[in-house]
Write a protein of this length. Structure first.
Length: 236
């Protein structure tokens, strides 16, 4: 019998214990700005300096963060599980990779990436970026963060849907269930026959769509779930 394929969706909640706040944290970067001003193409067009300043601060903050036990557990799952393990993350930090995960799809882009709005060239971002910075490919002064803003299409969607359709297990970790298309992934996976589990600090907006739930701190619940998946795989 073939080993199970596990597809995992991660959201801001998995990085919260690494010191990276979620959208709704009081006193965090997001609480100091309207999403419309710093996370939309229209906001960037109105005030690129504000948007770059916001993401420069986020980039520098994320660069100082370290993976927590939840990130490490998922890297262990990828390394030891006999089947395929795919992480689809809504996070723009690089903590999954820092923990050792390699099969990661950043559907909302990466803070560590830069994008040319003129020619779509991509390169590794310096600590600070500004709109007049020239693109290394075409030279246009059209630099922007390589992150997906509200109103833009997430990356890798065809690959993600294919993974969901072929998943045996789908886990959503640290997600609010309020942002689409990710909020519909549980239904997509269930339609393909996957067992679905939500692992979260508290129930999400889509909790009723999951076959199984587990609530608590990510640094405790995720390692426990990974241990159970590896034990189950070993007993097949």
């Amino acid at each position: 019998m073939a080993a199970d394929k596990i597809v995992i969706l991660t959201g801001a909640g998995i990085s919260a214990e690494s010191g990276l706040g979620t959208f709704r944290d009081e006193g965090g970067l997001w609480s100091q700005h309207r999403i419309e001003d710093v996370a939309t193409p229209e906001g960037f067009a109105r005030d690129p300096d504000l948007v770059h300043g916001f993401y420069n601060a986020r980039r520098q903050h994320a660069a100082k963060a370290t993976p927590n036990a939840a990130h490490t557990a998922l890297a262990t799952l990828e390394a030891k599980h006999p089947g395929e393990v795919v992480i689809v993350t809504q996070n723009v930090d690089g903590l999954h990779e820092a923990a050792g995960s390699r099969n990661v799809l950043h559907m909302h882009g990466r803070l560590a990436g830069a994008l040319c709005a003129a020619c779509d060239a991509r390169w590794e971002a310096p600590p600070e970026m500004h709109k007049p910075d020239p693109c290394p490919t075409c030279g246009a002064p059209a630099t922007r963060p390589d992150v997906v803003w509200f109103g833009e299409m997430p990356y890798y969607m065809d690959d993600i849907w294919a993974h969901l359709a072929s998943a045996d297990v789908f886990a959503a970790i640290g997600t609010s269930g309020e942002v689409y298309p990710a909020a519909a992934f549980v239904r997509d996976a269930a339609m393909g026959g996957a067992h679905t589990i939500e692992i979260n600090l508290a129930p999400s907006s889509t909790v009723s769509d999951f076959a199984e739930t587990c609530f608590g701190k990510a640094t405790e619940t995720v390692p426990a779930w990974v241990a159970s998946e590896l034990k189950r795989a070993a007993g097949r």
